[in-house]
Structure formats: C-alpha cells, structure tokens
Ligand binder design. Structure first.
Ligand SMILES: *Cc1c(COP(=O)(O)O)cnc(C)c1O
Length: 415
C-alpha cells in the first residue's frame, strides 16, 4: 500500500482525514501477513527494539529516525502529531498528556525563566494564569496582564516591558473576545518577544496562528480537536528555534501523550471540519434566536454585529466559533445572589444540554462561569472581566439546533 502523496492532501478536510496515518510499506513485502491496517495501530509498548545495538545507538543519537523508549516518542503519538502539523500548516507538533502540560512546555521553550517577564492576556484561561503566576513566578519570572483587545495598551506594555513571551488566546472565555493575532504578532516581532497563542477555541479550522505570525501554538486537544469528551491531551506546534527545547522538556518532564489517547484523538480529528461547521452553525443559530428573547439581557457571539470584536473576528477567523455566552435578564447588581439563583435555576432546568465544564464536545455543554471556570477569582476581578453572576456559557454540540433551542427555551421559562 502506497503512502498518500502530498498532492492529494492540499485541502484541509482531506488532510484531517488522512494526514499522519501510517499505512506503511507494501503489503506483499510483509511475508505471511498479506494485509495492511488502514488505521494506525495503537502501539502499547514502553520500549522499542532494533535489528542490532548499532541501530539502537543511531536512534538514540538522533542520526536515524525511530523509537526507543515511550517517554521519548511513540508511533501512534507521532501519527497524531503529524496530522496536527499538517492542519496547522507548518512547524512541528508535540503532543502532551494535557493542555496544561503543553502550555508549560511552550513557556519553557520560550525560555520563561528567572528574571523573564511575561505579558499575558487578562482574559486568559484561569489555570494558565495561575501556572504563570505560581509556578513560573516561583522560578523568578514575572507576569503582567493586559487587555489584549486594546491594541494600543498591548503596544505600550510590550514596549515598556520588552517581555520574553506574550501569551494570548484566539478567542477568550467566557465573553468570546477575539484577539487580533496578526497585529499582535507585528508588535511582538518588533520587540523580539515570543508570541504564544492558545488556539484551543479556534482550532486550525478557524485560524492558523503560525500563518499569522505567531511563534508557538498551544492547544488543549481535550476540546475540539479530539471532540468527543473522552480524553485529555495537549499540543504545542512550533518550528525552530523552539522545537529542540520542546522535545527536550517533554522527555525530561515526562508529560507525553499516551498512545491510546493519541489513537482516539486522531480518530476524532478526522471529523473536525464537519463538527466545527455544525457547531459554528448551531452557535450562530442559538445566538440569533436568543438575541431578542425577553429573558435574555445580552448575548455574546463574535459574529453578532454588536460584538466589540466583530470586525476583528471577520478578518482573523474563518468562522465565529462554537461557543455562545449570555446574561439572563435578572441582573441586579445590588443582589448578585438573585442573579446566581436564576443562573442555577436555568442550568438545573436544562434537560438535553449537559451541565458540565469543558467545551468543544459533540454534546452541548452549559456552565455558570462565575462558579465554574472563574470560581477561583475574587468577585472584583470577575466583575472587571465581565463575568457576572447571571452569565451562562454554552458550548454547542452537533445536535439538531431546534432541539437545543427548545431545551434552552423551556429552561428559560423556568427562570
Ligand atoms: C481546557 C483549556 C486548557 C487546558 O487544557 P487541559 O487539556 O484541560 O489541560 C488551556 N487553555 C484553554 C483555552 C482551555 O480551554
């Protein structure tokens, strides 16, 4: 069986299906087998033997491609990595056991160490902010935060701090603010800073940050890339000069993705374009249906005309994403507990949508950010970020939109 040639893998959807798959060699050349698996096998092996010790020596020395020990690399993991690199349009992909392990490795590869300054998006995923402040902070790095949607503030801070790294996200949680990646990349490039983009919410289907000037892309593959809510994984995609350090950090810290998860993720990845298409459609449908609803005060969706980053979203994303957040029309700043009660009542009344954290699954998931993703923040910090007690975030699945809307509407009736 022949390898699929590059010329057949020009388009994203085709790459999503075929890239990375190891359909090695010619079946006839495998005596006594006469078959070739069309799906890359799960290589559950902690160690790999070779023809002779000389070859082992060459593999360990990096003179010959191959595998030696599972913490250094595994063929099933490589298949998933190659598929991701093909979708990101460049760089080398490194798969990790979680998105956080991936972010840690990216920051290490960017040399965020003692004395370094990091400029991070104020809207950053909570654990990433805590990783920076607590773990890298303990190692002597200082993190400062900025509203990444305020480009002049970003420019000023980058000039003032000359940060080692700038960490942003394609689309923020839960207000779905959209970063102007190409403009921010110009700013960081001029200052010699490494731009790290957490592209979890966008996936390469909506945006490929490396093509827009970012240096390092990070994903939580737990979300859209695998897409079925059944595994935890992360990825870093980058080229020189970061790839050497990424391989080294992964080997020494030991956060490599496991082969079974890699196989599941590679399987999930094949339908990324189909899932994202439907999730974006569902999100757009829900956002427009809820916009005029009497029980809703405000809807956040980047494709909506009144979204503050609507212009940026049109320019830097090829779709507005699969998440929507909205405020219930019960906001009473004097009585946040009333808002919380309404939000809880709404969530408890959902019958189809699953009340659970995470996002990007085939199931529609709904959460109350103030007590879930943003729980650890002080009320004043939540208020500054706009994470109100009446705010609900929905990650759309691939169900029929009318079923999702019916469920949301009946739950709204009970608020
Ligand atoms: C979930 C998530 C992470 C962390 O990923 P894990 O796989 O849970 O470790 C990082 N960034 C964003 C934007 C996420 O949504």
């Amino acid at each position: 069986m022949k390898e699929i040639r590059e010329k057949h893998l020009k388009r994203f959807d085709t790459r999503a299906v075929h890239a990375g798959e190891q359909r090695w060699g010619n079946c006839e050349e495998q005596p006594g087998r006469g078959f070739c698996p069309i799906s890359t096998p799960i290589h559950l092996s902690t160690t790999f033997a070779h023809e002779n010790v000389e070859q082992t020596d060459r593999v360990l020395g990096g003179e010959e491609p191959g595998y030696s020990y599972a913490r250094y690399g595994n063929p099933t993991v490589t298949a998933f990595e190659e598929a991701i690199a093909a979708l990101e349009g460049g760089g080398q992909a490194f798969a990790f056991a979680s998105g956080m392990a991936a972010m840690h490795a990216a920051l290490m590869a960017a040399e965020v160490g003692n004395g370094a300054t990091v400029l991070a998006a104020e809207q950053l995923y909570g654990s990433t902010a805590t990783l920076l402040v607590q773990v890298f902070g303990a190692g002597g790095a200082e993190t400062r935060f900025v509203d990444v949607c305020d480009l002049s503030a970003v420019e000023k801070k980058v000039e003032e701090l000359r940060p080692r790294a700038v960490v942003i996200e394609t689309i923020s949680n839960p207000l779905l603010r959209v970063a102007d990646v190409p403009r921010i990349a110009e700013i960081t490039r001029a200052a010699g800073s490494t731009l790290i983009v957490d592209a979890t919410f966008g996936t390469p289907y909506l945006q490929r940050p490396l093509e827009l000037g970012a240096d390092i892309v990070v994903h939580s593959a737990t979300k859209y890339l695998s897409g079925h809510g059944d595994l935890t994984a992360g990825l870093v995609v980058a080229g020189a000069p970061y790839d050497g350090a990424l391989g080294e950090v992964r080997k020494l810290v030991g956060g490599i993705m496991a082969p079974f998860e890699a196989w599941l993720a590679l399987r999930g990845l094949k339908t990324l374009p189909l899932r994202m298409e439907r999730q974006c459609e569902n999100a757009s449908e829900i956002a427009s249906r809820l916009a005029g609803h009497p029980k809703i005060a405000k809807v956040n969706y980047p494709a909506a005309k009144d979204h503050p980053d609507n212009e940026v979203a049109r320019r830097v994303l090829s779709g507005a994403g699969g998440l929507v957040s909205f405020e219930l029309a019960v906001d009473d700043p004097e009585a946040p507990e009333r808002s919380r009660k309404a939000a809880f009542r709404f969530l408890n009344a959902l019958e189809l949508c699953v009340k659970a954290p995470s996002l990007g699954d085939i199931y529609t998931l709904a959460i109350h950010p103030a007590t879930a993703s943003h729980r650890e923040l002080s009320p004043s910090r939540r208020a500054r970020l706009g994470v109100k007690e009446n705010l609900i975030r929905v990650s759309l699945g691939i169900e029929h939109p009318d079923d999702i809307i019916e469920d949301v509407e009946q739950a709204l009736e009970k608020v």
